[in-house]
Design a protein around this ligand. Structure first.
Ligand code: ADP
Ligand code: ADP
Ligand code: MG
Length: 678
């Protein structure tokens, strides 16, 4: 076995590989970019080597730097993870040249499966069932259109070199084909440097079912059963599970055998995934093979009880596969949910920032969290905004009963997941897991679109208990602060320290104001002699008392009814986690007018801050200009998207703090703005 390996990746997959290597007594070398100097994978590894600036093009994708790091540290093998260089022929070749073991398939297998068209030709010859379509070399638009007409609409145009759900166009009718082809080729050329396309029959209501395969250097190939990755948005996986609901033993054997045939046809060694598209009737077609460890491999680990990274390391070291096909068994059911820093309500726009509060569910036999970040870490704009993968497992009764139990685990774990500091998809995932179609395993790739109304419910008001929890937490926090000050003070009895509503010339009553979405909501507070509070909101009232710990855990009592919640104060907001959901309230402080987030009302002066780190790409208004409310002032590019910073009111642009091309940090003041007096 190797003594030392290098991991040519970052984030959760790098951390996950380090964990297995450590258990096997193998030393680990991390590589990192300047943006990742303090990243979790660097903290976990035995050694770490800086390989360049933040941009992946200049660090994680630079083959020579990674090979040099391996040589300098004496690493005998390189694990590529997924993404980055994991399916890169040149990288695999460079490892061979340098005498370093590439933990993955031989370069010939990567090449064979690198093009979806070439792969389909090979699979055709190996007798693997193919999605009907055209995957020939003739790229003449007229020829491609004739093929599409012959296949019958709808068809899907796919970049042969595509991946990650990019470079695909659905074409509903012949008249739309030429434009779709041109735009697909443009995207393919810019994203993959290759505009070769294939055309496939578009399968309606399909399921995405993939088979995990494993080969060794001694000619053994096995399959580790299937994963169902049908729940997708924009052809990208969101929730995955194993085994696939409704799979019969006969079909499992047939798909497993087809996948093994595919792997054998290219002399496959190591971990790989053969992806199939399946009709509702169970018929299935080869789609592509991914020649690497897949993001969703943990669900396979949970149902087989195996460590796939350990298998990868053993196979790469020349050992035979640890188990034969007949020794492999499925036990129970597993789900994986991809927790992302993205805003589902804004078209899943990626979000960046510091994870000011991060409380994942506790890990145990049933719950696993694979992550590359901890509380206090940053989600940067440079890489994939994944926060973690949440994996759950359970068993009991038949396959359907196991799934039901595992689903209950998933719902509980999502309800317990608390993230503050970046927009995230935890609530969205919880609604998705709870939606009837998913619960009933009525799966296909259109599920998210079809369930839109359920997944994005229109909400008109925040529930009273959310406001009561926020208000109570505020009051308890104030009280704790006042007590702390009083303890430090020489005159603890001074009325100036009390925060029990006592004020000079004021009644023991006040109003706490919050903003939820666009509405301002007010909770009125009366201080009770008992030390509790009487809270009123939207016509309802409760008598409240409780305890708040420094991590924001609130144990509340409302009219004798107990309610547990978490309330985190961060950047002028109150994040209330109650009954498995998160609510974000802005705290409106009538005494405090300083700018915050996008700016704040009052006083006429505004500070307009960057919503995320990025680059100024245009100044639209000029300094000194009078503008109307909503007029664009400057454009920021962040996370590959443009964000327009607009005037918050009619007024004057006093000054710009940055010029075109400048890099700005999260929260940096961009514009000095003076609103017109009303
Ligand atoms: P598939 O390609 O079948 O969708 P996955 O869901 O495993 O397979 O991966 C999604 C795509 O995004 C893959 O091409 C993978 O290489 C890429 N990818 C996922 N996460 C990252 C990451 N953190 N960094 C770079 N690439 C990534
Ligand atoms: P990528 O390399 O981007 O992962 P795939 O070929 O694996 O590309 O396709 C990604 C997704 O697109 C699939 O999981 C499936 O949801 C959808 N898809 C691909 N081919 C078809 C098809 N012929 N009909 C319907 N949907 C398809
Ligand atoms: Mg795919």
């Amino acid at each position: 076995m190797f003594e030392k390996i290098l991991i040519a990746n970052r984030g959760e997959i790098a951390c996950r590989v380090i964990k297995t290597a450590r258990r096997m007594g193998i030393r680990t070398v991390a590589v990192y970019s300047e943006a990742d100097a303090d990243a979790r994978h660097v903290r976990l590894a035995d050694e770490a080597v800086l390989i360049g600036p933040a941009a992946a093009r200049e660090s994680y994708l630079v083959i020579e730097r990674i090979i040099a790091a391996a040589k300098a540290t004496g690493a005998q093998a390189i694990h590529p993870g997924y993404g980055f260089l994991s399916e890169n022929e040149a990288f695999c070749h460079a490892c061979d040249e340098a005498g370093i073991v590439f933990i993955g398939p031989p370069v010939s297998a990567i090449r064979a499966m690198g093009s979806k068209s070439e792969a389909k030709k090979l699979m055709e010859a190996a007798g693997v069932p193919l999605t009907p379509g055209y995957h020939g070399d003739d790229q003449d638009p007229a020829r491609l259109q004739r093929e599409a007409d012959a296949i019958g609409y709808p068809v899907l145009i796919k970049a042969a070199a595509g991946g990650g759900g990019k470079g695909m166009r659905l074409v509903e009718k012949g008249a739309d084909f030429p434009d779709a082809l041109a735009s697909c080729k443009r995207e393919a050329a810019s994203s993959f440097g290759d505009d070769h396309v294939l055309v496939e029959k578009y399968i309606t209501r399909p399921r995405h079912i993939e088979i995990q395969v494993f080969g060794d250097a001694h000619g053994n190939v096995v399959y580790l059963f299937e994963r169902d990755c049908s729940v997708q948005r924009r052809h990208q996986k969101v929730l995955e599970e194993a085994p696939a609901p409704g799979m019969t033993p006969e079909r499992r054997t047939a798909m497993g055998q087809a996948a093994v045939d595919a792997a054998r046809a290219v002399g496959y060694v190591g971990a790989g995934t053969v992806e199939f598209i399946a009709n509702q009737d169970g018929s299935f077609y080869f789609m592509e093979m991914n020649t690497r460890l897949q993001v969703e491999h943990p669900v396979t680990e949970m149902i087989t009880g195996l460590d796939l990274v350990e298998w990868q390391l053993r196979v790469a070291a020349g050992e035979p596969l640890p188990l034969a096909q007949e020794q492999l068994r499925i036990r129970g059911h597993a789900f994986e949910a991809r927790i992302y820093a993205e805003d589902p309500d804004k078209g899943f726009l990626p979000s960046t920032g510091r994870l000011v509060h991060l409380a994942p569910p506790a890990e145990n036999l049933h719950v696993r969290v694979d992550t590359g970040v901890e509380e206090g870490d940053e989600i940067s704009p440079h890489y994939d905004p994944m926060i973690a993968k949440l994996i759950v497992w359970d068993e009991g009764g038949d396959a359907a009963a196991s799934r039901e139990r595992a689903l209950a685990r998933l719902l509980q774990a999502l309800a317990d997941y608390r993230v503050v500091g970046v927009a995230n998809n935890v609530d969205f995932l919880a609604r998705l897991a709870a939606c009837p179609a998913f619960a009933n395993a009525d799966l296909d790739t259109g599920l998210i679109e079809r369930e839109h109304a359920y997944l994005f419910p229109a909400e008109t008001a925040a529930p009273a208990e959310v406001l009561f929890a926020a208000a109570l937490a505020e009051l308890l926090r104030e009280r704790a602060l006042a007590e702390k000050r009083a303890r430090r003070d020489a005159h603890p009895a001074s009325p100036w320290h009390a925060r029990d509503g006592w004020r000079l010339n004021a009644a023991a009553r006040r109003v706490l104001r919050f903003r939820w979405q666009e509405q301002e909501v007010a909770v009125s507070v009366a201080y009770l002699p008992s030390g509790g509070y009487r809270l009123e909101y939207a016509g309802g009232a409760v008598s409240a008392h409780g305890e708040l710990n420094p991590r924001g855990l609130l144990r509340a009592d409302f009219d004798g009814r107990r309610l547990d919640a978490t309330v985190i104060a961060a950047a002028g907001r109150r994040h209330v986690f109650v009954q498995g959901r998160a609510w974000v309230l802005a705290a409106v402080d009538p005494l405090h007018h300083a700018g915050e987030g996008g700016g704040a009302e009052g006083g006429g002066g505004w500070q307009m801050r960057a919503p995320m780190p990025g680059k100024v790409i245009a100044l639209v208004a000029s300094a000194g200009a009078r503008v109307e409310k909503g007029a664009p002032l400057l454009i920021l590019e962040a996370m590959k998207m443009e964000h327009t910073i607009a005037a918050p009111a009619a007024g004057t642009v006093k000054a710009f703090r940055f010029g075109v091309g400048d890099q700005v940090g999260d929260g940096a003041e961009l514009v000095e703005f003076e609103a017109l007096a009303e």
